[in-house]
Design a protein around this ligand. Structure first.
Ligand SMILES: [Zn+2]
Length: 96
């Protein structure tokens, strides 16, 4: 008589979140998941993950950064704010 609900019918949060990476990979429609309809917790989690996934997609096109990009980053890291001369924030080498 101590029968708890079956996983297929009553998925727990842990079980659902365990399946999340899989669900994202298969690009399944998560809004169709029964658990999300009943669990606001996991629904919020999925929204967060979807947002992060979107941001990651925006970054993806930069998988082949040119050496110039890294050069700029290195320069930005090295140059200390105090040493910069005021009024000269734009790159001086623009006009050759
Ligand atoms: Zn849940």
């Amino acid at each position: 008589m101590t029968d708890t609900g079956r996983p297929e019918i009553n998925m727990t949060c842990a079980e659902f979140q365990e399946r999340l990476p899989e669900l994202f990979e298969t690009q399944k429609d998560l809004s169709a998941e029964e658990h999300l309809k009943t669990c606001e917790n996991c629904a919020a989690l999925v929204r967060d993950l979807e947002y992060i996934a979107q941001q990651a997609k925006l970054l993806l096109p930069i998988h082949d950064p040119s050496p110039t990009v890294w050069d700029n980053i290195r320069t930005a890291i090295r140059s200390e704010p105090g040493k910069e001369s005021p009024g000269r924030s734009s790159a001086p080498s623009a006009g050759r």
